[in-house]
Unconditional design. Structure first.
Length: 535
């Protein structure tokens, strides 16, 4: 194992905080020495600027059947097995939510897929769409141009990423066409080809349509766009072939990525946009187009799923339901995770051995050297051919402190310092917990390449809403005039039964001159500066 750098979360948090304070003091430092010192004091210890670090570990997603298994179950068309290894290994186990989504979409249901970033949401809808197109190919109707699936994205950057994915997945299926129709899509094929070559240094595949004219002449089977462009496509006479006539009768899927962004007024607009598309392509017939929404942020437990189904029903204007206890009527697909704790504790690694063990692993020690360090502790002994990561996973999965750590992290995030004190105690608790987490990240779970504890650290910096000063000449001595929390009245003056306004304080970033922000109002024939609020 190669030497690898490690992260000390306490040191990293301290450095992040120090860097932020240095930046703030150098950028917004008042010329007035007294106020400058009060700002530095407030940032140093009188204002809770940061929280953390916290440690979190999300258990790995539960595995399920593979694409080969779903073909054997007659869920997917067998031609899907032509997928290349680099695009998606057909014998690799899918995540449970991927299998569930594929089965439900192949049954014709509308879905909300609510799983985390990096959990394979694209495969949840892409494989059912591919299955449908392959079924068309066998029926002899795929040669008819026309949109079958619309993939709708809130931003062009997301659509661009999806095009890259489609190039991989659809490479073995040259008869399935796709195209990205957004603001910067060139009109003619020559300009589009020159742009493509300059950007990618390559030629487009035979099934990728890269110009607007190409997509108007022969609409692609899979069309990628954003909701703003979809509005234009519906209005412009030049784009009628996407929706009308013989090329517009094939619509089957509409997928909304990042569906959580469609709320409030924008949600209402997109809901009406989807109704216009459906009414245009199938004369208001419901049920023929399947709707899919994906998000990494929607849903917070099963209690929220009925409300989420109602949201999707209003957005899609189609049947979406979630009936507790009836899996056949549940159109919200959440992730299913494995447990972090997989074994009962059977041995204990002495606290003073944790850092030496981590250092051995980082410097590339062999399995025999690592097992020698653990001799006498009761740790399992390795097989002759096992890798370092696999041996660490086997040994640490039943180590007492690791099992306690796994059990804690299954309950959510924890303050790192508190967790270290609880597990180890003493001045060395932080470095020891850091070393233990490093080991668990490098250890592999059984029958998997996932870390034994997929830990990550969080460090929070509080946004400053401004600086506020009291200008009263009778301000009590020793009480700070500058505060980093918003006040209408000075708390220092209130302590001696005087009331004084506090004004928001600004600083010129070039010369450091201070100024007050407020509103001029006439009072007793004089203009007076009043605080502008809100408070």
């Amino acid at each position: 194992m190669e030497e690898t750098l490690t992260l000390n979360p306490l040191d990293a948090g301290t450095e992040i905080r120090s860097a932020f304070v240095r930046y703030f003091n150098s950028t917004y430092s008042p010329r007035d020495q007294r106020l400058r010192q009060e700002l530095q004091d407030a940032l140093a210890d009188k204002f809770r600027l940061t929280q953390g670090p916290y440690v979190q570990a999300a258990p790995p997603y539960a595995k399920a059947k593979s694409l080969k298994d779903l073909v054997a179950d007659n869920v997917l068309n067998s031609s899907i097995l032509r997928l290349t290894e680099s695009a998606f290994p057909t014998d690799r186990a899918l995540y449970h939510h991927q299998e569930e989504a594929i089965r439900k979409l192949c049954e014709g249901r509308n879905l909300i897929i609510s799983t985390g970033t990096g959990s394979g949401k694209t495969e949840c809808f892409l494989f059912p769409i591919l299955h449908y197109l392959l079924e068309e190919a066998e029926a002899g109707t795929l040669s008819d141009p026309g949109v079958r699936a619309l993939l709708l994205y809130p931003m062009n950057a997301l659509a661009n990423d999806q095009v890259k994915r489609l190039r991989q997945v659809l490479a073995p299926f040259p008869d399935i066409t796709f195209g990205r129709f957004v603001g910067d899509t060139p009109n003619d094929a020559k300009t589009a080809l020159d742009t493509f070559r300059a950007r990618f240094g390559d030629e487009p595949g035979p099934n990728e349509l890269i110009a607007r004219d190409q997509m108007r002449d022969r609409p692609p089977h899979i069309l990628l766009t954003n909701y703003a462009m979809l509005e234009y496509l519906l209005l412009r006479p030049a784009d009628t072939s996407l929706f009308d006539g013989p090329t517009g009768r094939h619509w089957r899927f509409i997928v909304l990525d990042e569906v959580h962004v469609y709320d409030g007024a924008q949600g209402a607009e997109v809901a009406m946009l989807l109704r216009r598309v459906r009414d245009r392509v199938n004369e208001s017939e419901r049920g023929r187009i399947q709707f899919v929404g994906t998000s990494a942020t929607l849903g917070s437990g099963e209690s929220a799923y009925p409300a989420l189904a109602e949201y999707a029903k209003l957005l899609f204007d189609e049947k979406v339901e979630y009936l507790e206890g009836d899996s056949s009527r549940q159109d919200i697909v959440p992730p299913r995770r494995e447990t972090l704790v997989t074994h009962a504790s059977s041995w204990t690694l002495a606290p003073e051995q944790v850092e030496p063990l981590r250092d051995q692993v980082l410097t590339g020690a062999a399995v025999s050297e690592i097992s020698a360090l653990l001799a006498g502790c009761g740790a399992p002994q390795p097989d002759a051919t096992v890798s370092v990561g696999s041996y660490l996973g086997e040994a640490l999965s039943c180590e007492a402190t690791v099992v306690r750590l796994q059990a804690r992290l299954e309950g959510g995030s924890f303050d790192f310092s508190e967790l270290a004190s609880d597990l180890y105690g003493g001045a060395d608790a932080g470095p020891r917990l850091t070393a233990l987490i490093d080991l668990c990240v490098r250890a592999r779970r059984f029958d998997s390449d996932a870390p034994l504890i997929p830990a990550r650290y969080h460090f929070l910096i509080r946004a400053l809403e401004g600086a506020f000063v009291c200008q009263s000449p009778a301000h009590p001595s020793g009480e700070p005039r500058l505060l980093l929390s918003r006040h209408a009245r000075c708390p220092g003056c209130a302590s001696v039964r005087r009331e004084s306004q506090m004004f928001e304080f600004g600083v010129c970033r070039r010369c450091g001159a201070g100024y007050l922000l407020g509103v001029l109002r006439e009072e007793d024939g004089l203009e007076r500066l009043q605080t502008s609020g809100p408070f």
